[in-house]
Design a protein around this ligand. Sequence first.
Ligand code: PLZ
Length: 459
Amino acid sequence: MTFAPVLDSPADTTPVGGPQLPQERRLVTEIPGPLSREVLARKAAAVPNGVGVTLPIAVVAAGGGVVVDVDGNSLIDLGSGIAVTGVGNAAPEVVAAVTDQVSRFTHTCFTITAYDGYIRVAEALNRLTPGDHDKRTALFNSGAEAVENAVKIARAYTRKQAVVVFDHAYHGRTNLTMAMTAKSMPYKSGFGPFASEVYRVPLSYPFRDGGLSGADAAAAAISQIEKQVGAANLAAVVIEPIQGEGGFIEPALGFLPAIAAWAKDNGVVFVADEIQTGFSRTGHLFASEHEGLVPDLITTAKGIAGGLPLSAVTGRAEIMDAAHAGGLGGTYGGNPVACAAALASIDLFENGGLTERAREIDVVLRGALNALRAADDRIGDVRGRGAMMAIELVEPATGAPDAALTAKIAAFAHAHGVVLLTCGTYGNVIRFLPPLTISDDLLREGVRVVGEALAATPR
Ligand code: PLZ
């Protein structure tokens, strides 16, 4: 296969994406190559600086476990576009469903004239999310929009206003969700004032809270909620079952159930933000299942539609129905093409063996990362579940976060053909979020490159 560099007629010269792409790491130029540099130079002139690019290549195809750039480099994908392409990029089932739908109709606005695809996505989420109570689902476009709507719905239902979120939380970049997101740089700094009635309490963070039990950490959070907010004012507690951008923090066992039980006892809506953890990523269809959690509301996005923009709020019928008729919506929410992609993706998660695949990835990743850790004490922690795992990099003597080392490892990986993402409040976490369609060999090779990066980066 050739990758002739004709940017003006990409259809003639670029490879088609999907799992049939050669599943290999292959660098034919430096990263970024000359053609990517040309494209990114145009980006600099056309797109504001605020919209950053982590790995400055221009992608022409992707699928399985690789991303191919305009120079013909094939990189191992350990990011899935931030946990989106669980079913793989250009998954054939998604492509077929989208192609069929796009030739029938592309948009009506569901709140003007309805269509079956939206309702089928709602039915699927009502059936598949935790709990066998009566549920309803509303569809939106982005994760942030789903979180905003979950808060609107919880406020309408409880007739209360306050929202509790946690340290290190990430919920989005819109005004309300900026207020809910913890980290100032780069998400919030200079963009205030932020929405009011958002209160932050401590999270269980086993690696950094001295190993507090889940029950003790929950008691501390609940005490703070009761003293500083009061259940009488509190509409919702919103929490990621495993934190994403905040550093792949897995609360100690018992923390989430204790918070959920307190919410239930106090007339507070418990919202699980499963935007990053959802759709088989953690080895369950939803991460809440790990501890048998049944959230009142659950927000989903990212993995839901194989890369097309779609998000959802699913929850107890009586809560979801509290918003008045016409109170929820948006021009594009539940777009028919995105719904077709979601139905094909959800079928793959449910029936295509992808949840099992996430558990296999868990074994491969955890084994490889623990081996790295055994050889290098700058890896302070290995954590996460399924295809959502991370290492936290520290200065061994003190345990202090080592963001500089983290940035060097990521830069090395990028230069050597691995799409690798960092995260964490302290910028010292490397996260592994491969598509569930990646091969074991590519996965191991990707981690090997991280090992080489550590070896090449002296203390
Ligand atoms: N809730 C748990 O992970 C999105 C953000 C990337 P949107 N995380 C990736 C970035 O730098 O903007 C996310 C999430 C959780 C909400 C969101 C927000 O989802 O689709 O990005 O709005």
